[in-house]
Design a protein around this ligand. Structure first.
Ligand code: PMP
Ligand code: GLN
Length: 387
């Protein structure tokens, strides 16, 4: 866990504000979500949906979430007993880990590891066992996962599309995880917050694989899908016995999450299923991905291919910085562009490859301004870098 009161995301965002940098660091869009969803929230407030909702979420949103899983993935869930609405995916992850792990249990995760996993595992008194996805392909090595499993293993915590690498695990990789989970009788928690942001390959929910529905907790976030990260509406879907444990934690961590935003997103999810919203979202982001890739490449950075999420990883090796933290701090101070050092996603930061993560969930004007600033990189090469 990083120091109290800070994460690498908030630290980089605060630096970006202080320095007037273009913020391609913390992952959030710089445009609002669909106007009709914004209007629905205002209407919900005016209509008096302002008191505590049911702890597990309002019925209309739970129904919309269950319908979404059925429509897009053919997965049937009972909206009353198998869906929990949470304060973002962050709370769903924490509640799941706290609910399902006892002190000393082990949780196998993929490294690079999204920062809240290590914190949630530590809060539960459990132990994190990272399995590294190796640069540059970041393919899953199932034998490494097998080797990380011990008699104390309680959960596998998977993330695809993966933050920060942009990997989308393919069917062979997911099948290997599923087979292993069944063989070792493990519960799998799968963080699929970028489920609708895939480009060159289809997202396959882990729960669709044989034997997985009843041992999988699927976590997602309306904040990501509807570009409303500040609304903090996420959810966890899974079989009733696991849900009962999650609800037990959720009721004393947050009890419930914002009523009017739930009302608005229930409408938003229903409408999205009718009007092709998800496809349009991916197409718009695909365009941004291409534009930012071009800017980073023009600046002489080596951009890695990305299959999903709204992040690009770019190598700065030729610039001579010894760590990604040095590079990212310098990039903010001297160039005016904020990114994220992916070493924050490693248990041992010194093992991180020399890359920076850039978020392309931004307006084209924002990305183009970042591109304009990044052009200066050529001039600073070698001479100003501190190696
Ligand atoms: N998981 C991953 C992989 C994420 O990138 C994020 C945040 N972007 C979250 C979980 C947290 O989602 P939320 O903002 O809904 O809490
Ligand atoms: N998930 C976002 C990212 O990866 C950050 C969210 C947060 O700051 N908690 O950038």
């Amino acid at each position: 866990m990083r120091g109290f009161g800070t994460t690498i995301f908030s630290e980089m965002s605060a630096l970006a504000v202080q320095t007037g940098s273009i913020n391609l660091g913390q992952g959030f869009p710089d445009t609002d979500g669909p106007p009709e969803v914004l209007d629905a929230a205002i209407e919900a407030i005016r209509a008096g949906h302002n008191q505590y909702p049911p702890g597990r979420g309002i019925p209309a949103l739970r129904l919309a979430i269950a319908d979404h899983q059925q429509r897009y993935y053919g997965l049937a869930y009972d909206p009353n007993r198998e869906v929990l609405v949470s304060a973002g995916a962050t709370e769903a992850i924490a509640a799941t880990v706290l609910a399902l792990c006892e002190t000393g249990d082990e949780v196998v995760v993929l490294e690079p590891t999204y920062d809240s996993y290590s914190a949630s595992i530590a809060l539960a008194g459990a132990v994190m066992r990272p399995v590294t996805l190796h640069h540059p392909d970041y393919r899953l090595d199932i034998e490494a996962v097998r080797a990380a499993i011990s008699p104390r293993t309680r959960l596998l915590l998977i993330n695809s599309p993966h933050n920060p690498t942009g990997r989308v695990l393919d069917r062979a990789e997911l099948t290997a995880i599923a087979d292993l989970a069944v063989e070792r009788d493990l519960i799998v928690v799968t963080d699929e917050v970028y489920e609708h942001l895939t480009f060159d390959r289809e997202h396959i929910p882990l729960a669709t694989l044989p034997g997985m529905r009843d041992r999988t907790v699927t976590i997602s976030s309306a904040g990501k899908t509807f570009s409303l990260t500040g609304w903090k509406i996420g959810y966890a879907i899974g079989p009733e016995p696991l849900q009962a444990a999650l609800r037990a934690v959720h009721q004393f961590v947050t009890f419930a999450t914002s009523t009017p935003f739930q009302e608005a997103l229930a409408d938003g999810m229903e409408e999205a299923a009718r009007n092709g919203y998800y496809g349009e979202l991916a197409a718009a982001y695909e365009d941004r991905r291409r534009i930012l890739t071009n800017h980073l490449s023009d600046a002489g950075l080596e951009v890695l291919p990305v299959q999903g999420s709204y992040f690009l990883m770019a190598g700065f090796e030729r610039l001579g910085f010894s760590t990604d933290m040095d590079f990212c701090r310098w990039l903010i101070a001297e160039i005016g562009v904020a990114s994220i050092p992916p070493s924050a996603f490693y248990q041992d930061p010194s093992t991180a490859p020399k890359l920076a993560r850039f978020c392309f969930a931004k307006r084209q004007t924002t990305i183009d301004e970042a591109g304009r600033r990044l052009k200066q990189l050529g001039a600073f090469r070698y001479s100003n870098s501190p190696s």
